[in-house]
Design a protein around this ligand. Sequence first.
Ligand SMILES: [Zn+2]
Ligand SMILES: [Zn+2]
Length: 308
Amino acid sequence: MSQPPEKSFLVQKFAKLGLGALHVIGYSVAGEETVIQVPELNICFDIGRSPYFALTSDIVCITHSHMDHIAGLGYYLSQRNFQGMKPGTILIPREIERPVDALLKCWRDVERQGTPYTLVPMSPGQLFDVRKDFGIRAFATHHGGVSLGYAAISVREKLKPEYMGTPGPELAKMRKSGVEIQYRVEVPLVAFLGDTTAGPVFDQPDVQNAQILITEVTFFDPDHRAKAKAGKHLHVDAFVDLLPKLKNEHIIIMHVSRRSGMRRVKNILRRKIGEGQMQRITFLMDLEDARDEGEVEELAPPPAENAE
Ligand SMILES: [Zn+2]
Ligand SMILES: [Zn+2]
């Protein structure tokens, strides 16, 4: 009889939010670590310091090269290899593909282990097809250097209205002769912005319409506006201005500065937007929703004997 996997002894708190059919698991504090997993989509957005649960996602979407978002990449790939999992697929801004590739090759030499991986260089507007019915599209964000956000998109083919009621065999014949009888429907499920200040990214249809939008709001204090501007982060006042054009069912706020307490930032936002708008907003690191690492590891496979 197989033993249940031993849970991690780490006591770092992680969020685990259930939002309809999807879960959002992760940790995000500015300058510390940002890693957000949607297990049902097999995706991790940024890798942070690679907490254990992140290993179970086959795809990692890296937004930019700041260490609090990318530090754990080598560990993620190496541990997956140790545990006999398939090589990770890493979507990454095209401009940093080369240095990251060099870094990972260097880790191979350091570890004396031929860790396999796939790097997918991404540009704004590019769609990476995961499956026929599911893809990940990159879009530009505004963080001072090279940075991308990502939208996870469900793709469906639907019958054009003019062919509704046409008998099946006839449709099959038309399709065979090359007639386009279907049209493409895209549903953005999750959009993840990484680090960004306000800008055209908030006019992207994928961002405005995603069922779940995961955005940073780093600063909340009135005298932190200069910090937000310098670091190209979002201040709560800018977020409040953007909110009317966001149609998302759920908005998750992450990357809040440790300088500001969670209870305080919730109150600041509530005062500005009212209880009605607060209903669709969740602070990722709201400790009431947080779990110990062991409690978010249920989805992980049992570790291999030689895993360290
Ligand atoms: Zn950051
Ligand atoms: Zn950053």
